[in-house]
Design a protein around this ligand. Structure first.
Ligand SMILES: [Ca+2]
Length: 520
């Protein structure tokens, strides 16, 4: 077997070096920590300082602490929602989040695949700094336990915290191993691992660290969504503000959908009944099988309709519970549209006329929908072109809660944009992205978004007479060339040099860690 060549950068990093905290105000929280005053005496000095700040009148927002529901779709492209231009079907309930709130047109996911994108979201670290740079979601301990991550910020603020769906950062059921519960969630219900989340009919699921048999034929996604709504109701009953994180697996991997909706859409698109969607669940524990899907085109539409109905149920629940005005709902997706399980993003225009899909650094791989609704705070019907990204979510939530931002964060709060458009919103100098396919060094790419400019380059495998290396940097003007067709690099040597410098500055090579090609 040919030996894999080394990348012309330092080893593509998969695990981050430890980074000191930005301030002494944060230290790692533990599950079920309460913040009563008697406990302060037992805490280290700096943690006492932080917690004492929580009890200082006027430091918290004057308004009631809002509930947060953050819904993260999986591999849903920018063009997969009718509010972003989908013509083949409607997503009226998801669209409501945007029409009754705000639509972002330049929001970027944390990466072009699941695990690193989620790591960026939870840590607030930019893609060139974060611990995870590719899909290694079957490994455990991917997140640095010394970092204070998103759910822990909510824990510190006295919130109930729940996660429902695909964790994507290791197993969720192994005793003694990191899992959502050790990273700040009070409750987790979802898939046992990222790989098993490729099927919606696994043999088991995990609830609060326990692996539970799943009834044969039960569509796991629906069970998980039921748990998310029970969590919302229970939190309100308990009188606690809540952070409800719903990293749904929809519409990722196998095009499994509830049977009645699948049948409905097969009648709409009978011309695709000859197409069989296949997905193999690799890895895992070897016992999961993945049922083929007759007419995956119908399966995709049915999955989206099902999710859209459930978002409608959640919005109705907020009204019923009387928390509509005190709940911020955000809907987004972890990366661009996928090409698996018989899904046909070209048929659906899933990338919204952008170039590329999941696993590449063109806009279709990383630019993602984001809708945010908070009646009474976010004026309805707004659209923003503010350039933002997943690593902005942590500082946004910290600002919302009146808490310091954990040191590792590279983001900028977009709360000013949510509250009102205007000059208060700070902007990024640039956004940097990199992707290293977990176990394959041959696939590596980098991108920069700086204003209207987009820079892109990818690794070139060794070919006859040519060494392996990074291909020349490409430059696109997204204002006039959103599909990245017209490479301007030859005409703009100064911008090429500037972008190369930004790539160098933003990419942190990590030493002493496993190389991508040697990961097991
Ligand atoms: Ca994904």
């Amino acid at each position: 077997m040919a030996k894999a060549p080394k990348l012309p950068i330092e080893n593509p990093p998969l695990l981050a070096r430890a980074k000191p905290l930005r301030s002494g105000n944060w230290t790692r929280s533990t599950r079920n920590k309460s913040t009563n005053l008697s406990q302060l005496e037992k805490l280290p000095h700096m943690k006492k300082l932080f917690l004492s700040l929580l009890f200082t009148p006027g430091l918290l927002l004057a308004e009631k602490k809002p509930n947060i529901i953050y819904i993260l779709a999986d591999d849903l492209g920018l063009g997969d929602l009718s509010i972003y231009g989908q013509k083949e079907f409607k997503t009226p309930n998801i669209d409501r989040i945007g029409t009754e709130g705000i639509k972002f047109t330049a929001h970027y996911s944390g990466n072009t695949v699941c695990s690193p994108s989620r790591a960026v979201l939870l840590t607030g670290q930019q893609p060139g700094e974060v611990a995870v740079r590719g899909n290694i979601g079957e490994a455990d301990g991917l997140l640095d336990p010394k970092q204070v991550i998103l759910p822990e910020v909510f824990k510190h603020a006295g919130y109930a915290t729940g996660a429902f769906g695909k964790w994507g950062l290791g197993h969720t059921h192994k005793p003694g191993k990191p899992n959502p519960l050790t990273h700040g969630f009070d409750e987790f219900c979802g898939w046992k691992s990222q790989t098993i989340a490729h099927t919606y009919y696994p043999t088991t699921y995990v609830h609060n660290g326990k692996e539970i048999p799943l009834e044969k034929g039960k569509y796991l996604h629906d069970l998980i969504m039921d748990h998310s709504m029970e969590f919302i109701e229970r939190s309100v009953k308990d009188g606690k503000p809540f952070f409800c994180y719903i990293p749904t697996a929809v519409p990722h991997a196998a095009m499994h959908a509830p049977k009645h909706l699948h049948q409905k859409w097969r009648k709409v698109y009978p011309q695709f009944d000859h197409v069989i969607g296949k997905y193999t669940v690799h890895g895992g524990n070897g016992i999961e099988t993945c049922e083929d899907v007759i007419n995956p085109i119908a399966g995709f539409a049915a999955m989206i309709e099902n999710l859209d109905n459930q978002i409608g149920d959640i919005l109705a629940l907020l009204k019923k519970l009387g928390i509509d005005d005190s709940t911020l709902v955000i809907f987004t997706s972890d990366n661009g549209a996928h090409l698996e399980g018989g899904h046909d993003p070209k048929f659906w225009n899933s990338s919204g006329s952008l170039r590329g899909h999941k696993r590449d650094m063109h806009e279709g791989g990383i630019r993602t929908p984001m809708l945010a609704r908070w009646p009474g705070v976010i004026a309805p019907g707004r659209t923003t072109t503010h350039i933002s990204a997943f690593w902005d979510v942590l500082p946004t939530m910290c600002e919302l809660l009146g808490l310091p931002v954990p040191e590792q964060s590279d983001g900028i709060s977009f709360l000013p944009t949510l509250r009102a458009p205007g000059s208060l919103q700070k902007t990024h100098d640039h956004l940097y992205f990199e992707f290293c396919k977990g176990q394959n060094q041959y696939i590596f790419s980098q991108a920069v978004r700086k204003g209207k400019w987009k820079a892109y380059r990818e690794f070139q495998k060794p070919r006859k007479g040519q060494k392996a290396g990074m291909k020349p940097l490409e430059i696109y003007n997204l204002d006039v060339d959103p599909f990245e067709k017209n490479d301007l690099a030859q005409q703009m040597p100064e911008l090429v040099a500037e972008m190369k410098a930004l790539i160098k500055k933003s990419h942190t090579p990590l030493s002493g860690q496993p190389r991508a090609g040697k990961m097991k």
